[in-house]
Design a protein around this ligand. Sequence first.
Ligand SMILES: CCCCC/C=C\C/C=C\C/C=C\C/C=C\C/C=C\CC/C=C/C(=O)SCCNC(=O)CCNC(=O)[C@H](O)C(C)(C)COP(=O)(O)OP(=O)(O)OC[C@H]1O[C@@H](n2cnc3c(N)ncnc32)[C@H](O)[C@@H]1OP(=O)(O)O
Ligand code: FAD
Length: 666
Amino acid sequence: MAKITVNKDLASERAKCEFNVEELTNYLDGGRENTARRRRMEDKVLSVKELRDEIPEEYLSHKEKYENAIRKAVLFYKVQKSLDDPNQSDHERIRNSYRSTITSAIFKDNSPLTLHIVMFIPAIIGQGNDEQREYWLKRAKNMEIIGTYAQTELGHGTFLRGLETTATYDPATEEFVLHSPTLTAYKWWPGGLAHTANYCVVMAILYTKSKNCGIQPFIVQIRDEETHMPLPGIKLGEIGAKLGYNTVNNGFLGFDNHRIPRDRMLMRNAQVSKDGTFTAGANSKLTYGTMVYVRVLIVNNMANLLAKAVTIAIRYSAVRRQSKLKPEDPEPQILDYVTQQHKLFIGIATSHAYSRTALWLWDHYAKVTSELNAGKLDNLPELHSLACCLKVLSSVDAAVFVERSRLACGGHGYMLSSNLPQTYGLVTPASTFEGENTVLLLQVARSLVKAWQQMLNGRQLAPSMAYLADQKQLDRWDGSVNGIIRAFQKVARGKLAFSVANFEKYQKMGLSREDAWNKASVQLTAAAESHGRAIVVQVFKTETDRIASSLSPPLRKALDQLVELFTLYWALERLGDLLLYSPLSEVDVRDMQARYEELLEKIRPNAVGLVDGFDIRDEILNSALGAYDGRVYERLMEEALKSPLNAEPVNSSFHKYLKPFMQGKL
Ligand SMILES: CCCCC/C=C\C/C=C\C/C=C\C/C=C\C/C=C\CC/C=C/C(=O)SCCNC(=O)CCNC(=O)[C@H](O)C(C)(C)COP(=O)(O)OP(=O)(O)OC[C@H]1O[C@@H](n2cnc3c(N)ncnc32)[C@H](O)[C@@H]1OP(=O)(O)O
Ligand SMILES: Cc1cc2nc3c(=O)[nH]c(=O)nc-3n(C[C@H](O)[C@H](O)[C@H](O)COP(=O)(O)OP(=O)(O)OC[C@H]3O[C@@H](n4cnc5c(N)ncnc54)[C@H](O)[C@@H]3O)c2cc1C
């Protein structure tokens, strides 16, 4: 194997690291064996030469990008399938894949098969009855059919009860008639819908016996299995170029009285019998289950994407030298500027916070799902609320800290060859998809207001909200991490109390419940956000304490520093709230600021080790700035030379336009 020459600054950073990087990687993977398994899988995928791009994706046309993505998606799927362990349960498979970022080595802008894996298959699992699962899952898992999840319409994404696509049952033929009565009823957005999928799960308003029976899922064939032509009564196309996700093939779909057999309604929850009788499910919101599942997965996806961005930015900051700290000294590494540490170390801590939270949430999701399967629905509302608030916080924080990582790389962060803009393109839509963030915060607020009323009635609260009933005053600020967590809970409680009071006040003033809710909604969403912050900080601390207890002291210390940094960062960001709702004094604030700065200094020697610990290979980072060897300038030039404009010394436009223009002939 060729010896790698590592940039000397990066090499000396690695020499400084106080803990064993491999131990950190094993900790993140959940054990040495998991690290080994992940690496074996990466080796195997990366050994397939055809999965690499010869021409960087960004220089392909829109159509070429899609065709290239499909070529790779098919090959990638086959390689992955050959590595699949059939003895793993779905729960284990997903948990074990939480640290896998290998998809990024193949697609800078995501795969056109994403929705098949992430939503079509899970929708069949969650919404199909046993018979339907038996038939459709086999076909979907073998890739005999490719599907997507078609819910959003041109006119409605958030408000599901406002969807316009109808599925009207015709007992004479025992069929549903799918119809898009208006332009705004067209399905719009589903990934893979345009030219990839031949089936989809369509969410439509069911009408039977002339009654609206709410939104139900239908499995609908949209293209011929042989020719791939759209079926009669189906209008299909692609929605066009976007900020990111350009290889995901998002599409539109309209129905012109398209008929499907009765057994294509996914009937795990609600059913329509042959004569058109509708039987409702135990809870109509079980129909929304696929979204809950993806919201849970998004938390982890955000942690991984942020780990990528911050790895690139930290390594670059160790290599990049700029300006002067002291006139007599050489230019320092930009990582020595405390402002740079302030921009980036929080990204490392945040990725850790959400990867721990994501695993905790996934286990909680699996527990509640098995209860739901046994007909016990009590914990569904809390799961919905948790999935909403953690999806919101993880997507917001990831977008902010990925963009901050990009800005921290100066001009070079603007280059696509840094892979930071594309990474931002992958995180930012997560604030919109699977439930727009404000809307989800309002769902969380709704559950908090309900909990508040339950508390006043002396009823027990769900575990994640139990702190609301804690009436004890926080009479002394002790500044410890646990003390700050309690203070965050007091903030959430105080903001909730304030918004409930306002909500009630507006109603007493004569506003309807709905108008009062709308008027109080800025405060309500703020309370929901604070509730989420309190949960993330607490889960990060307790899960780190629980899992890291057996680690070596130096690694344990480094992880504790990240927990403390994360806690202090948010305390300082939310000073106004803490001053309002906790016994924080000016002296305490100054103390926290000093501790925060000390922490930056303590983390500084470990910064490169911490991102090396994420163990994200160069092929996955796909970045001229972030590669392990730190050959930043050489890679930037190598990538620049790949620009098609550099293939010839004079471009033909010179002769056609510039020269005549400059000579006054045009
Ligand atoms: C099988 C193998 C899989 C392997 C996978 C492994 C790895 C995958 C690898 C990588 C991928 C990882 C992660 C994924 C990353 C990226 C994702 C990729 C692509 C994303 C593509 C995007 C897809 C989409 O966006 S799909 C469309 C999503 N759309 C939405 O989310 C719409 C949002 N709107 C709503 O949810 C609802 O309209 C609403 C806002 C909740 C309101 O609904 P409504 O009916 O009006 O209810 P309300 O009246 O407000 O409330 C009534 C009552 O119901 C309760 N409620 C609401 N929702 C739920 C729910 N979901 N569950 C339970 N309860 C719910 C609500 O609280 C209220 O209760 P109350 O009356 O008691 O107060
Ligand atoms: C990259 C990407 C991929 C997607 N993939 C899919 C897919 O595969 N399948 C699919 O079905 N959909 C998909 N979607 C669609 C996505 O789920 C919707 O965009 C999302 O649910 C938001 O709906 P909307 O676009 O209608 O926004 P809107 O609901 O119109 O939101 C616009 C604004 O109105 C505000 N607003 C709306 N309702 C309220 C309210 N009740 N209270 C306060 N404010 C409100 C929002 O906060 C926001 O500021 C995808 C979207 C993106 C960006």
